[in-house]
Design a protein around this ligand. Sequence first.
Ligand SMILES: Cc1cc2nc3c(=O)[nH]c(=O)nc-3n(C[C@H](O)[C@H](O)[C@H](O)COP(=O)(O)OP(=O)(O)OC[C@H]3O[C@@H](n4cnc5c(N)ncnc54)[C@H](O)[C@@H]3O)c2cc1C
Length: 414
Amino acid sequence: MTDTTDSTAQTDNGESMIEIKITDKCTGCEKCIPSCPYGAIEVIDKKAIIKDNCTLCGACVGSCPFKAIELTKKEVKMAGLDKYKGVWVFAEQRNGRIQSVVYELLGKGRKLADQLKVELSAVLLGEKINKEAQELISHGADKVYLVDHEKLKDFRDDSYADVLVDLVSEYKPEIILAGATSIGRSLIPKVATRLETGLTADCTGLDIDKEKNILLQTRPAFGGNIMATIICPNHRPQMATVRHKVMKEAPFDENRKGGEIIRIEVDPKRIPLRTEVIKMVERMEETVLLEEADIIVSGGRGLGAPENFKIIEELAKTLGGAVGASRATVDAGWIPYAHQVGQTGKTVCPKIYIACGISGQIQHLAGMQSSDIIVVINKDPEAPIFNVATYGIVGDLFEVMPALIKKFKEVLGR
Ligand SMILES: Cc1cc2nc3c(=O)[nH]c(=O)nc-3n(C[C@H](O)[C@H](O)[C@H](O)COP(=O)(O)OP(=O)(O)OC[C@H]3O[C@@H](n4cnc5c(N)ncnc54)[C@H](O)[C@@H]3O)c2cc1C
């Protein structure tokens, strides 16, 4: 938000107030004009003025020989920061089933909560979901805030946002984590905006700054060319959505003791329903399976032609796995984008990842290197993918793959 007068511009981005001002020292010499990349300075009546399109970048400050341009930055801190305590995980459910990303968030949330010496809680909205609340405790939640109401059976961003905002305002968690799923991406920005706090979307790393006790939220930026670590020091809660399959799931302990389920009654009037769910359409099997699959067989440019993906499909089918692909094959139009693994595709963490004819560039590795077992088939022994391989086969995939398929079919009786 930029508000300009004839000689100042300022912005309040929630974290800091930045102001740029041209003082009386200005002589109208015009030296500042070429320094502005946006053409936002004009000299009128021998005095420089800042125009509406100033972005407060500060490039002009050093250009003035009379030091007439002043840039000031003041931190804006919300009141009562210290009242916010605890780590919350939004427990996304679909058709009453907790989504696996939630268990990954509980795994990471546990570590963050232990570092901060606070409780880890899950917040669960839906209908007839008592059993699921208990499951969250078995996966490490100290508390589950459970809102069980027929109007919350299916996800709707406005009603879920209303309920979540009310809960946060009452219980004041310092951190809220949610999956970067279609539901998380639609709900969490709404909640953050309503709470007037910051949100980092699509995180791939989370940690605690040990000195300041704040959340370090890391995500790829500029098309994945750099990793940016983002903080929200002056507002609460600190909110992040997290990519699926980047973090390890919290272990399940059926006999875990000590968790507490807090049932919250909501006034049905606080759950507006402006839309009606007519039918739930399941996602197509193949595209879903990639993130959920325990086994993935991926093909790269080494396949040579689109029709050769049938070898990848055959091995995947034999093993009950899903088909992945490198970006080179997707860009070539050999296979749809939904199959792409990597920095600009899906992040996967299967038990077994089989990479065939993939060289292993860093952007591909970013999406699969945390797989438990990585099997590589490549004819070039120097291919970088061998650096992350658990088992490597140096050979022509057109010889190796049919042999593997034959053997697996024999062993598995398929
Ligand atoms: C910003 C950015 C984001 C990107 N995001 C992604 C991403 O999300 N995912 C991704 O995959 N890439 C991504 N890339 C592209 C990445 O850098 C590589 O170009 C791409 O992964 C290469 O795909 P490939 O390994 O299939 O092809 P190549 O690099 O061409 O490798 C083909 C491999 O096949 C082997 N081979 C050839 N013939 C045979 C054979 N008969 N038998 C066995 N092996 C054989 C070769 O030895 C070679 O190692 C991104 C790039 C940029 C700049």
